[in-house]
Design a protein around this ligand. Structure first.
Ligand code: C5P
Length: 237
């Protein structure tokens, strides 16, 4: 995989114009674009269509968490929309994850397209020990994350979204082809903004990340393409 294909740019905007402008600037060097709740709620499925029409791959980051039947149907619908990657919450349970995987693969086979890569979110990195105890999860955070990662693997998910701090432990616990997608990336030359537990692109890749999710260090720069190129250069080896 070319290094540019390992970078996913988070399109945290809320209009089609802003989305188009970013994708146009970046598509010479970046191929995957993440559409999250804000953009999707503002612009709907058109956001996915625009990314596709521009020859790039849409990552639909809606973090599904519902009863198995509902998530199964959502995964099927996302497959029909030809998304390249999607997310769901592992805490939704084994049956929910298994049904989503099965539905996506069956739908893809029926349409003769590729099934989306299905990624599990474990414990949100915005939650600390106190927060997870307050919602009734008792074990140490890292153990809970690993337990959910193993459950995701058992369900047949393609990988997980994890913070850089979790990469090494997850890599040890899963099969080689299980994907680790890592947000919270900050090159040494960029602002940390509100991200706390950050890693540089190179650190995350060296620890075993497959994809890096990067927003503001690229999108908030005056020249987003140059920022993306600089990051690609940093992870070249
Ligand atoms: O601008 P920045 O690089 O911080 O954007 C990171 C993107 O990754 C955002 O779209 C954010 O929602 C997402 N994300 C994250 N931390 C997680 C999971 C997702 O920052 N734990």
């Amino acid at each position: 995989m070319a290094k540019g294909e390992r970078i996913i740019v988070a399109l945290d905007v809320n209009t089609i114009e802003d989305l188009e402008s970013l994708v146009d600037k970046l598509r010479p060097v970046v191929k995957i674009f993440k559409i999250g709740s804000e953009l999707f709620t503002s612009c709907g499925i058109e956001a996915v269509d625009v990314v596709r029409r521009k020859g790039c791959k849409p990552f639909l980051d809606l973090k599904y968490h519902d009863i198995p039947n509902t998530v199964m149907k959502a995964a099927r619908a996302a497959t029909k929309q030809n998304v390249y990657m999607l997310t769901l919450h592992t805490i939704g349970g084994l049956a929910m994850m298994k049904k989503a995987v099965k539905a996506a693969r069956e739908e893809a086979a029926r349409l003769q397209t590729a099934a989306p890569l299905i990624l599990g979110v474990t414990i949100l990195t915005s939650l600390d020990k106190k927060d997870i105890q307050a919602i009734g999860i008792k074990g140490p955070l890292d153990e809970e994350v690993l337990r959910l990662v193993k459950l995701a693997e058992k369900a047949g998910l393609d990988g997980v979204v994890a913070s850089a701090q979790e990469i090494l432990a997850i890599r040890k616990a899963v099969e080689k082809d299980f994907l680790i997608v890592v947000p919270g990336i900050r090159p040494s030359w960029s602002q940390k903004s509100d991200q706390k537990r950050v890693a540089t692109p190179k650190e995350a890749m060296d620890m075993g990340a497959d994809y890096l999710v990067i927003g503001r260090p690229i999108t908030a720069e005056e020249d987003p393409q140059a920022a993306a190129e600089r990051i690609i250069e940093e992870i070249k080896d």
